[in-house]
Design a protein around this ligand. Structure first.
Ligand SMILES: [Zn+2]
Length: 635
């Protein structure tokens, strides 16, 4: 997927615009006083379903989220892209040269972490103090190659040893605190965060150390601690081992996600280099977003205990909990997230979220069910063949959920069946592909021996209530997939124009306004002002150039000149029709709103006048279309 589509998929126009303009609900859409011109009555609309906006007043313009940001911030497409990418948590290729003060600061944090990693590694390998830690890793069957490859380390039971070392290297105490390596004392000063622990340097995908995980070597609690959150370290968006795993993930087109550091290390040591660790947290959307750039086949090694939690989820009190917390009520992904639910903490992403990610990211998520009381680490080192089998037999996410839930249903009890439906239907709801959805509805109906139509009816009810919930909330914790990542007609139209320059004279009635996707609109505008492709190419930077190349390479299905002319005029008619319909709908929206508010008055008449314009345009388009169809028939 291109960067542009990725940003669109992860960005909700309603969220973005509502940060600039207070939006009010208007049916399925939102309205506001236009931020671009001054007005008394709202004529600015945001359409969540199309992910577009339009001002039906003085501006008479609209577009997608990019064009809104460009207009509002007064920036060009490239800048808008960067802004929205940052907002969506997408990194933009290779890091630019650090020039801004914050980049310099980040660079400094990378360096501190790097030096700390080297120091800890040295202490593990070469010092007497590191003996317990060395015994621990050898006990866990880590080879020297693994220890060196992953630069495992040791932090001694001392309050100031790292601090002293780093200050000796020229870093300031303030920077150590900022890097999350020391903890600030109340009265000033700081002390080492990690003491008497086995250290796991955590790297970003480029292999730079961004923080540490640390396991206690004695009975200290918590058993695992991490670096504090810093400008370069956010635990929820990193995966342990990703830098070492990336090429293998690409090569095998599969990523295996385990929970613990040791699980990942053992997997790598046994040839499963396509393994990363979620570091005990629930899988987050950010983590999945990193992975799916490498492969869309994701396999989770689910802790058997966590699946076991599901058994207890049937208990009455937990059921009540799962019912009043719809968002979290499904299966928990990890023991930790199950526990956090018990503790009443923030809801952890559930299986339902995973199904949602899967749909949103067009990924295939499977689940390995581990033998009871075994970690991947143990399975792999005791019986690599079993691991191989488990990976091969991993169940698709939904099938796994079915197995976990259905396995505990007493088919003689109506209540049990209802509970199973209660749990599985929300997961089925998250499947965006209707064929897949239907398949699981059938499966559920046949297993539970209930009618398919009853299930479909419940699903529709669920869809309605979800839609209502969603429109009630402007912002949402987990963003749905924003479908409108591409616009086939706009793209085909541009592909024709770019690939067949002789079609240019036919575009007199086409204007930039006909393109809702900003990337297409930008290319159209520049194309209008360029003589040929080389000249056009010079006008764009990387992202738009990528889109241009994509359009240039898009297969054209129409074989000869006549067909292509027809195809182009069809595209243009389509785009004109869409714009007119949009204007028509807007007129009606405003018409209704005004009527609700003020009754029939002069303004209404004025709006009516505007409306006639677009209706007549529509009529004209329909006549043209008929004509075009007729000519085709004759030919
Ligand atoms: Zn306006």
């Amino acid at each position: 997927m291109s960067l542009i589509s990725e940003i669109k998929q992860r960005t909700d126009i309603v969220e973005v615009i509502s940060a600039y303009v207070p939006l009010q609900k208007a049916g399925r859409n939102f309205k506001a006083l236009c931020p671009f011109h001054s007005e008394k009555h709202p004529s600015f609309f945001v359409f969540p379903e199309q992910q577009t906006w339009h001002c039906f007043g003085a501006c008479g313009t609209g577009g997608d989220v990019f064009s809104f940001i460009m207009k509002k911030e007064g920036i060009d497409f490239g800048q808008a892209l960067r802004l929205l990418a940052q907002r969506a948590g997408i990194s933009l290729g290779p890091p630019e040269m650090p020039s801004k003060p914050e980049d310099k600061k980040k660079e400094r944090l990378f360096q501190i972490n790097e030096v700390a990693a080297e120091y800890y590694h040295h202490l593990l390998l070469n010092t007497r103090a590191g003996e317990t830690a060395r015994a621990y890793v050898s006990n866990r069957k880590m080879t020297l190659e693994t220890i060196k490859g992953f630069r495992l380390g040791f932090s001694p039971a001392s309050w100031e040893i790292l601090k002293g070392f780093l200050i000796g290297k020229g870093y300031e105490e303030r920077e150590l605190i900022e890097a999350g390596l020391t903890i600030e004392k109340e009265g000033g000063g700081s002390y080492d965060r990690f003491r008497n622990r086995l250290m796991f340097p955590i790297c970003n995908i480029q292999g730079r150390v961004i923080g540490f995980g640390a396991r206690a070597l004695d009975e200290s609690l918590p058993k695992y601690v991490n670096s504090a959150q810093t400008p370069i370290f956010d635990k929820s968006s990193c995966l342990y081992g990703i830098d070492k795993a990336k090429s293998s993930i690409r090569q095998r087109n599969l990523v295996i996600i385990v929970e613990g550091y040791m699980d990942a290390l053992t997997a790598h040591q046994h040839g499963w280099q396509n393994t990363v660790a979620s570091m005990g947290t629930s899988i987050t959307e950010k983590q999945i977003a990193i992975i799916k750039k490498l492969s869309k086949n994701i396999t989770l090694a689910l802790d058997a205990d966590a699946a076991g939690e599901e058994a207890t989820l049937r208990g009455a009190d937990l059921l009540a909990r799962s019912l009043d917390r719809k968002a979290t009520g499904m299966l928990s992904w990890s023991r930790e997230s199950a526990l956090s639910l018990h503790r009443g903490e923030a809801p952890a992403p559930s299986l339902a979220s995973l199904v949602k990610y899967q749909s949103a990211l067009d990924a295939e998520i499977k689940v390995i069910l581990l033998p009871r009381d075994k970690d991947p680490d143990e399975v792999i080192s005791e019986n690599p063949h079993l691991w191989q089998e488990l990976v091969e037999q991993a169940l698709p996410l939904l099938d796994f959920a079915f197995e976990a839930v259905i396995g505990k249903v007493d088919f003689t009890k109506a209540k049990d069946k209802a509970l199973a439906i209660e749990k599985l239907l929300p997961l089925i709801y998250e499947i965006k592909d209707p064929v897949g959805q239907d398949q699981y509805i059938r499966k559920l109906a046949s297993i539970l021996k209930v009618s398919k139509s009853a299930l479909t009816a419940s699903l529709t009810k669920l869809q309605l209530s979800k839609a209502r919930q969603q429109s009630a909330k402007i912002t949402e914790q987990h963003r749905p997939a924003y479908q409108l990542v591409s616009n086939p007609i706009e793209e085909y139209c541009l592909a024709l124009l770019l690939q067949y320059p002789e079609l240019r004279p036919l575009t007199q009635e086409l204007s930039a306004e006909h393109f809702e996707c900003t990337e297409n609109r930008q290319i159209f505008i520049q194309w209008q002002h360029s003589r040929d492709i080389p000249e056009l190419k010079e006008k764009f930077d990387a992202e738009l150039l990528e889109h241009l190349n994509y359009l240039m390479a898009k297969p054209i299905l129409d074989k000869n000149d006549r067909e292509r002319r027809h195809a182009l005029s069809d595209c243009i008619l389509n785009l004109q029709e869409r714009l007119s319909k949009r204007l028509e709908a807007g007129r009606e929206l405003i018409f209704n709103l005004t009527r609700e508010k003020e009754g029939v008055n002069a303004e209404l008449a004025k709006l009516d006048e505007q409306g006639i314009g677009s209706s007549e345009q529509l009529k004209e388009i329909f006549t043209k279309r008929e004509k075009s169809a007729r000519t085709k028939e004759i030919e």
